[in-house]
Design a protein around this ligand. Structure first.
Ligand SMILES: *Cc1c(COP(=O)(O)O)cnc(C)c1O
Length: 344
């Protein structure tokens, strides 16, 4: 039985073409700035984001945390959505590495973003931390891959600048967001001082993310990357795969189609999943009303050869990606149906 792995878009394996490019990559010592393939990748990433410079990092988490380290001082505060990745999935690194506090705001990603952020910027007082940074996430992972429109980002950025703050964009899936919005990634990144995006998710590279921003910002981030142990040597073998991943981002639209088909199939089974809510490559299935637990569902589904992840309480998350075809989605739906029949 073929396993259909819908846990995450991180599970994609490098294509034969990528493996070939990795094997043949021209390399040098990147800590000396001498890896030509890494240098090419950083230049391309900066160009795609419309920023002066970019830095290749081993993971998206490191990219986000470097941004916090450069933007903030100890005891300062970062305003972010209460569902954000930097809050839930980065091991409290903001506290450990930067000594900052995350001021988590429910609904910040939504239509009230400006009002909510304005309400959470601290007034100057000896009792209060100093607000330094706002972090947006587009697409919002725990928000089911939902997209923040350009105008909203622009409004937030204007507000942030009026208050003399900085804005970091966790754009792990910025290319998914751009496709869904019908714009370029740079049209989103222009509303942020710094942006991180992942090569290792929907773009299909095995390893790596990039942090982009102004030249001086990236120089500081490069020093902190070394501090964190992220100075890699002949990293061109990884960057070579990244260059291929970054050369073509249009195929992500197929992942969005697959997600919509999956959501429609779930809706047809009677689940409350609304295909109209699916904006990118994620489908959230809320089992709060189901006669079985999320854990039992995931375990039985795995026995049927479909792997899914869990998100918020009672919520199962399916993520479409390069290594599942439209036919696999059809097969996954029939296995989900079988799972529900067994459990009900
Ligand atoms: C995956 C992801 C990251 C970074 O993850 P790594 O596993 O560290 O590469 C950051 N933000 C969001 C929204 C993500 O989905």
């Amino acid at each position: 039985m073929k396993i259909i792995d819908l846990r995450s878009d991180t599970v994609t394996k490098p294509t034969p073409e990528m493996r070939r490019a990795m094997a043949e990559a021209e390399v040098g010592d990147d800590v000396y700035g001498e890896d030509p393939t890494v240098n090419r990748l950083e230049a391309l990433a900066a160009e795609k984001m419309g920023k002066e410079a970019a830095l290749f990092v081993p993971s998206g988490s490191m990219g986000n945390q470097l941004a916090l380290m450069v933007h903030c001082q100890r005891s300062e505060e970062v305003v972010c959505d209460s569902e954000s990745h930097i809050f839930h999935y980065e091991m409290a690194a903001a506290a450990v590495l930067s000594g900052v506090q995350l001021y988590t705001v429910p609904g910040l990603h939504g239509g009230e973003a400006e009002e909510l952020i304005a309400a959470h910027i601290r007034r100057s007082s000896p009792h209060l931390p100093v607000t330094r940074l706002v972090c947006l996430e587009n697409t919002l992972n725990r928000g089911g891959g939902s997209v923040m429109p350009r105008e909203r980002m622009a409004g937030v950025y204007r507000l942030v600048k009026e208050h003399g703050l900085a804005l970091h964009l966790d754009g792990a899936r910025i290319f998914n967001a751009a496709l869904a919005l019908g714009c370029e990634a740079a049209d989103l990144a222009c509303h942020a001082d710094s942006v991180m995006f992942c090569l290792s998710k929907g773009l299909g590279a095995p390893v790596g993310s990039l942090l982009a921003g102004e030249r001086g910002f990236i120089e500081k981030a490069r020093r902190y990357r070394k501090l964190l142990g992220g100075g890699m040597r002949q990293a061109g073998v990884l960057a070579a795969a990244g260059l291929l991943a970054l050369a073509n981002t249009e195929h992500l639209a197929e992942d969005h189609d697959k997600a919509r088909v999956l959501a429609a199939g779930l809706a047809a089974m009677g689940f409350a999943t609304d295909p109209g809510q699916v904006e990118t490559n994620m489908v959230m299935l809320d089992l709060g009303q189901a006669p079985f637990t999320t854990e039992d569902f995931l375990a039985q589904l795995a026995k049927e050869g479909v792997l899914a992840g869990s998100g918020r309480r009672h919520v199962v998350r399916f993520v479409t990606h390069l290594d599942v075809s439209m036919a696999d989605i059809g097969e996954a739906l029939s296995r989900i149906k079988k799972t529900v029949d067994i459990l009900s």
